[in-house]
Design a protein around this ligand. Structure first.
Ligand SMILES: Cc1ncc(COP(=O)(O)O)c(C=O)c1O
Length: 382
């Protein structure tokens, strides 16, 4: 029986050629290829933006929060259904993460729950667009702006998510952070990028992702005519993306649309054939919100004999990989203790957690494989 992995990166000869060029070039770390990648990334957006590539979405979120002055005594609101780093980035700034429940229809952060948690200490809201489906970002941003609260988008799942015809990040936040982690829709192996209209935010991130040094390393070592002296003007971090990684990103940017269409096609097959009374499918695209289809998350309604966990076991036996996004923040021992939160505070996430299942969806997944996944799900549920 052929194994169907939950995820497999789509690497073409273009990525391989780009990496070989870097290996042969004599310059492996941050330099001209990162710059080129940043410039090409900015071409996705209609308005004038600035951006800084970093070594992960996690470090990008952290620096974005620092750049807007988040620190001790501040509160930052975010969703319960996310990866731990959305929350740890707040925690490492010295601020208090305020975790709120999700909207059970979309799995995105609940606007009503946000409103209940606003205090004088609320300085920022981090909005995650779960699985690639846009959250109610316009509503949240307008509400936050009136109260002088900043909004950062955790766009780890969002290439290319569209809200009202524009890419996520275009209109409704102070900064947007993307992930180029190995499983993401655009990968550099590990990597991330912060996008903002505010040059000060990006200047802060550029400076502090490379030690707080006022001159970049490439200029110091390679441009011989330039003065190689430098000054440390802040106690920065080591969060830079390398040219090696950016060279993969350059190729992946070229394939962004093609890979999106291939994932969309897989989503359409799931929509067409995955039909069962115990299964609920994700929200379909509509005029306003278009999913990137980074994840295809189904809900398995518990019945007397059938459960989500039973389905996972069945699929493992059939050599089909799946995943659960995510174990909610309130269920992790560290956050539970540190933030004094429990199941009772998050009825929607708690329910979702027992029902959600992420199915394989990636460009090189074949139609026959998708059909086999569907067949095995139906076999189990019947
Ligand atoms: C919603 C969300 N935010 C942040 C991250 C962190 O991304 P990275 O691994 O690039 O730091 C992830 C990674 O899976 C994620 O899913």
């Amino acid at each position: 029986m052929e194994e169907i992995k939950f995820h497999q990166a789509n690497i073409t000869q273009l990525e391989i050629k780009n990496v070989l060029n870097i290996l042969n070039s004599g310059w492996l770390t941050t330099g001209p290829i990162v710059k080129k990648f940043e410039n090409n990334f900015l071409k996705l957006f209609k308005k004038k933006f600035y951006c800084s590539a970093v070594n992960s979405c996690t470090s990008g979120l952290f620096l974005a929060l620092k750049s807007i002055g988040i620190g001790k005594n501040d509160e930052v609101i975010t969703t319960d259904l996310t990866f731990t780093s959305t929350v740890s980035s707040i925690y490492h700034c010295g601020a208090k993460p305020i975790i709120v429940d999700i909207d059970s229809n979309t799995f995105n952060i609940s606007f009503e729950s946000i409103k209940k948690k606003i205090t004088k200490k609320t300085k920022c809201i981090i909005v995650v667009h779960y699985a690639g489906l846009p959250a109610d970002i316009e509503k949240i941003y307008r509400y936050a702006k009136k109260r002088n609260i900043k909004v950062i988008e955790d766009a780890a799942h969002c290439l290319p998510t569209l809200f009202k015809g524009n890419y996520i990040g275009e209109n409704y936040s102070d900064a947007t952070v993307f992930s180029f982690y190995a499983t993401k829709t655009l990968t550099t192996g590990e990597g991330g990028l912060v996008l903002s209209k505010n040059k000060k935010i990006i200047d802060y991130i550029k400076l502090n992702s490379l030690h707080g040094i006022n001159k970049n390393t490439y200029d110091r070592y390679i441009k011989i005519k330039k003065n190689s002296k430098y000054d440390v003007i802040n106690a920065g971090y080591k969060f830079n993306l390398t040219d090696l990684s950016a060279s993969i990103g350059l190729a992946q940017l070229k394939l962004l649309k093609k890979n999106y269409l291939l994932r969309k096609k897989i989503a359409q097959i799931y929509f067409k054939y995955l039909k069962h009374h115990l299964i609920e499918l994700p929200k379909k695209d509509d005029f306003e919100k278009k999913n990137s289809w980074h994840l295809f998350v189904i809900k398995v309604t518990k019945s007397k004999k059938k459960t989500r966990d039973g389905l996972v076991k069945h699929l493992i036996n059939k050599k089909i990989g799946t995943s659960i996004h995510y174990v909610p923040i309130h269920r992790h021992s560290f956050w539970k203790k540190k933030l004094k939160i429990s199941n009772k505070n998050f009825p929607n996430t708690e329910k979702a957690y027992n029902e959600i299942l992420s199915l394989p969806i990636y460009p090189n997944l074949k139609k026959v494989q998708v059909k086999r996944i569907i067949k095995e799900i139906i076999n189990y549920l019947n």
